[in-house]
Ligand binder design. Structure first.
Ligand SMILES: Nc1nc2c(c(=O)[nH]1)N[C@H]1C(S)=C(S)[C@@H](COP(=O)(O)OP(=O)(O)OC[C@H]3O[C@@H](n4cnc5c(=O)[nH]c(N)nc54)[C@H](O)[C@@H]3O)O[C@H]1N2
Ligand SMILES: Nc1nc2c(c(=O)[nH]1)N[C@H]1C(S)=C(S)[C@@H](COP(=O)(O)OP(=O)(O)OC[C@H]3O[C@@H](n4cnc5c(=O)[nH]c(N)nc54)[C@H](O)[C@@H]3O)O[C@H]1N2
Ligand code: SF4
Ligand SMILES: [Mo]
Length: 679
């Protein structure tokens, strides 16, 4: 019997856990644990354990579909590709290349992402973006500004070398469960764990110090902690003078900070602020972990800069156990950004606004002309579609109709398009709005590489054939390119990787053979002899002068304040068994049975005032709309605040689309709402 074990990577989050697929007669029938994988040592979280439930799901899209009125009809690939190319060509001719928008999937591999942005730019459109816009765009911009590189500085295993873990705005035990293993190892070795989160979460249960911060006050907290670090002489003077610039400005910036004021602004007792500052600054090696609680605010970029700055002045970076760790989201969101799937960057973070970047890629791609950026971001493309400036959108592996903030606006924008192409593995809420649906091969059905949050690039070979007539993204993008007269010269993933090796310096030495080994390689890996890089910024930062830029920032109020009409603060986020739009996890019975409906967490005091009991259905309203949810009455949220997961359609009807002016991320973490008991 031909049973094979195929090495694979979990297709959900950016931890990048390894696993084996058991393949029998061309079908994945089971999984085996990959004990030798460096990041997860065989362990998987509930989603990783359930990957076959969506891979083999009967609702996988199997044929190209075209819209006729309200219905979809099955068509041939030839017709589908002609339609796609025709729509792009037609709109380019009529309205110019800038009327075309491209959304590149962070669930797809590097090779697909690279080819998609190449297609967009060769067509003349600078409008290429991905879900990092909703996620870690403040990291790419903010960490980039401070360190010169917007990526995780250390690796996950290295957490066990930390003597202090400061987790701010990350609920990693639910969102990146395997990270808990390494955090727990550190704790077992005596590390102090500090968690800054407004809610009680399974991550805050791990904490020695839980800073139950008021939402949106992280800059105040970090400035307060920095003030303590400065006043108590806990700065790393040598590190500051040898490796940074801007410390004098920071001292001026901190001059008006008092602990009393900080405690008032953040809701955190002054004694805890002092304790946290001392633990973080004094420990021999501290790691700062952050995620959406930091980025999804109108001050997201400044939040990130403040996180990076506290690490700099304490000298907690560039050593084992000491670093700044943005907890990236999707399995390949790091890679997608590396591949140029962002409005501001061509591959390898070459600035889209710099003519020199264009010269480089004109030569590399033998192109006469390329569009100068930055292009429109995902959030700006929505506005542009509403205003009729974006006419055709080619969207791969994203579900904005569930995941965007203020989705009524997104729906209206998609409705206005002349043509929407959605390349998906399931009939999502977004696919239902498409003019053309292209069925895509899922992760196990294609070759290619993925880059995890620790910059770990891992190649996997196709394990099983694609379902029905579904096709690999590479094939689809190439075929559309051909019909538009473009030679994307990327027929196999291996070929595209070779092109990536040439054009993305961080990936220079990452050949297929090298990154096929279990655990792959971490970038930068500039040439074939280079062993990859565990820890960034050991000797110098990535700015040309080698120094880091200390940032001096002050807090800004949220885009929306509570009022008499909308007295409660709505925050949204994740739960362990569901993933983003839920297109995959809501189709997985083992996950769905653990959490199967939209709920809202509300404090007992507020619930009593509103006469809401546990499990009652309630209406949650904001200025943008309303949704129904089941009430969970719990002390996990403080009075005045409610929390909803966003894995069901209702949540983003009501979230705020106020944007951080720099990174253009929406403020998913703060909206003003009202709750009404139902009947
Ligand atoms: N199970 C699961 N795992 C996932 C995902 C998923 O959907 N489900 N999605 C993946 C993706 S795309 C991403 S980006 C990551 C995100 O992973 P996380 O960022 O860890 O997830 P969130 O739940 O959005 O937010 C983290 C925490 O921030 C807190 N928070 C809210 N507001 C504030 C604030 O103002 N200040 C501070 N300090 N904290 C605040 C919230 O209470 C929450 O506990 O997870 C990835 N992993
Ligand atoms: N309220 C609220 N909303 C949020 C957030 C929040 O914290 N609160 N977080 C935001 C964040 S951080 C993010 S990253 C976004 C995520 O937003 P999205 O990226 O839209 O979310 P996903 O559900 O991951 O969508 C990925 C889609 O890709 C499809 N897919 C999976 N594998 C493949 C493949 O191999 N090929 C193709 N073609 N398709 C594939 C899946 O079926 C799924 O529909 O949501 C944002 N929305
Ligand atoms: S931690 Fe992330 S990568 Fe690992 S099994 Fe869970 S979802 Fe998959
Ligand atoms: Mo994300």
């Amino acid at each position: 019997m031909s049973t094979k074990l195929m090495p694979s990577i979990c297709p959900y989050c950016a931890v990048g856990c390894g696993l084996y697929l058991v393949v029998e007669k061309g079908k994945a029938t089971g999984i085996e644990y990959m004990a030798e994988h460096p990041t997860n040592e065989g362990a998987l979280c509930p989603k990783g354990n359930a990957v076959l439930e969506f891979l083999n799901h009967e609702e996988r899209l199997k044929y190209p579909l075209k819209r006729i009125g309200e219905d979809f009809v099955r068509i041939s690939w030839d017709e589908a590709l002609d339609l796609a190319a025709g729509a792009l060509a037609r709109n380019k001719k009529k309205h110019g290349a800038k009327s075309l928008g491209f959304m590149v999937s962070s669930r797809c591999n590097n090779e697909e992402d690279y080819l998609m942005q190449k297609l967009a730019r060769l067509l003349g459109s600078p409008n290429v973006d991905n879900c990092a816009r909703l996620c870690h765009s403040p990291t790419v911009v903010g960490l980039g500004a401070v360190f010169g590189t917007g990526a995780m500085t250390n690796n996950l295993l290295d957490l066990q070398n930390s003597q202090c873990i400061f987790a701010i705005g990350t609920n990693f035990t639910e969102a990146h469960p395997i990270v808990s293993r390494w955090a727990q190892k550190a704790k077992d070795n005596g590390a102090v764990v500090i968690v800054a989160d407004p809610r009680i979460t399974s991550t805050s249960w791990m904490a020695d110090i839980h800073l139950r911060i008021k939402p949106g006050s992280d800059i105040d907290l970090l400035r307060g902690m920095m003030k303590v670090i400065v006043d108590e002489g806990m700065i790393d003077q040598r590190f500051i003078s040898e490796r940074t610039e801007g410390f004098a400005e920071l001292l001026a910036n901190l001059s008006d900070v008092t602990l009393e004021k900080t405690a008032e602004l953040t809701g955190v007792p002054a004694a805890d602020i002092i304790k946290a500052a001392r633990s973080y600054a004094k420990s021999p090696a501290s790691a700062l972990l952050y995620s959406m609680g930091i980025t999804q605010h109108v001050c997201g970029t400044d939040n990130v800069k403040a996180c990076a700055t506290i690490a700099l002045i304490s000298g907690q970076i560039g050593r084992p156990g000491a670093g700044v760790m943005p907890m990236r989201g999707q399995n390949n969101v790091q890679g997608n950004c590396d591949m140029g799937g962002m409005a501001e960057f061509y591959p390898g973070y070459k600035k889209a606004s710099d003519p020199k970047s264009l010269d480089f890629f004109k030569a590399a791609w033998k192109a006469d002309d390329l569009p100068l950026g930055p292009g429109l971001t995902a959030t700006e493309m929505t506005e542009a579609a509403l205003e009729g400036r974006i006419k055709a959108l080619y969207l791969i592996g994203e579900d904005p109709v569930i995941c965007d903030a203020n989705i009524n606006k997104t729906r209206a924008a998609l409705d206005k398009l002349d043509f929407l192409i959605v390349q998906e593995i399931f009939m999502t809420a977004t696919a239902k709005m498409a003019d053309l649906i292209l069925p895509a091969a899922a992760w196990a059905e294609k070759d290619g590489s993925y880059t995890s949050m620790e910059r770990r690039v891992q190649w996997i070979d196709q394990a099983v054939p694609a379902v029905g007539e579904a096709k690999e993204g590479l094939w689809i993008i190439n075929e559309i390119g051909k019909r538009l007269g473009l030679d994307l010269s990327g027929t196999s993933a291996e070929d595209v990787l070779k092109e990536i090796n040439r054009n993305v310096p961080q990936y220079g030495g990452m050949t297929k053979e090298r990154i096929s080994k279990i655990g792959g390689l971490r970038w930068p890996c500039p040439d074939e002899k280079h062993p990859g890089t565990d820890i960034l910024h050991r000797e110098r930062f990535s700015h040309p002068n080698g120094k880091a830029n200390i940032a001096s920032v002050v807090n800004r109020p949220p885009g929306e304040q509570t009022s008499e009409m909308y007295p409660l603060l709505l925050s949204t986020g994740r739960i362990v068994v569901h993933y983003n739009s839920g297109s995959m996890t809501r189709r997985s019975p083992s996950l769905l049975e653990r959490d199967f409906e939209l709920y809202v967490e509300i404090n007992p005091k507020d619930a009593a005032e509103l006469r809401v009991r546990q499990d009652d259905m309630v209406r949650v309203k904001t200025v943008r709309g309303e949704t129904e949810a089941r009430a969970r009455v719990t002390e996990k949220v403080k009075p005045g605040m409610v929390f909803m997961p966003f894995h069901w359609q209702g949540t983003n009807i009501i979230t705020s689309d106020a944007l951080d002016p720099v990174s253009k991320i929406p403020e998913y973490k703060m909206a003003a709402c009202r709750i009404e008991a139902m009947g």
